[in-house]
Design a binder for this molecule. Sequence first.
Ligand code: R2B
Ligand code: URA
Length: 313
Amino acid sequence: MPELSDKHRHPHIDELDVDFLYHLGLDSSMDLPGMFGDVKFVCMGGSAKRAESFAKKLATDLDLGVHPEFLEPIGKTERGSMFKVGPILSLSHGMGMPSMSIFLHEVTKMLEHAGAEDYRFMRIGTSGGVFRSGEEEGTIGIGVEPGTVIVAEQAIDERLRPIHQKVKLGRPHIYETWFDEEMARELYDVRGDMRVQIGKTLGANDFYEGQGRLDGALNPGYTEADKLDYLNRAYDVGVRNIEMEAPELASFCLRAGIPAALVCATLLNRLEGDQVASSDEERAKWSLDAQPLVVRYLRKKLAEGVPEDGMNM
Ligand code: R2B
Ligand code: URA
């Protein structure tokens, strides 16, 4: 780090005359070093609204000389929104791995063109929890209710394998899905009185059948008992929550040599139901619950930093 690991760095990027970062609305002829050369943390979430609210929270809670009222999105906003607060980027990646993959590629290229160093990625998301009451003692952290925040140690795919399969030129390629152990531990360590657990996160390719739901539009062809069997098998391999991006994030960052963390609030316990039936107020509180944990982590890391030539990390 920070150089993309040689094995996975694209050999042709430096040969491009201008590299168009199409979905961000930026390109390498712009002053990317001036705009992004100091970035150390990239915080991502699915929704553009949350990218903005998180940026405002950072500007309000951290002493970075940025007024929340003056925050404007950088680049184009059709597909996602990106804000910069001091050395922190807050951006949205949309829903699911195909969408997230586009943003991972373009933000990484943007930071490489900018000459940014020692940066790390974090996804702050929402998820469905997989909690068995009374069985959380002895795991790292305790939490059985929705609202518990899960910090991922590893991503699991929908076939319950600890891998990510990518199809390239019609052939499958298998990648590892570990998250950065030190980042996960540091995030866990700043939890204070928040309900936080370290666990594995299942990243599915769908919200309904891909997550074993019975409340989609189609007859799924499986029963409640089949669903519970699947969720219990997921629990037994260490899965504590389910969302839609974990394997892509983990494998991309491992290949690129970028430390990464995944921090998700849980909106419901999937062993008890499928519908996200909580009130708007509850959901707002819970999805924001993952944000304060990351703010605490960022405050600590910034305090450890060396202002003049970047962070001492
Ligand atoms: C969590 O929430 C979204 C689906 O509602 C998806 O992006 C995810 O991973
Ligand atoms: N996001 C998901 O992908 N699944 C859930 O159950 C809740 C949020």
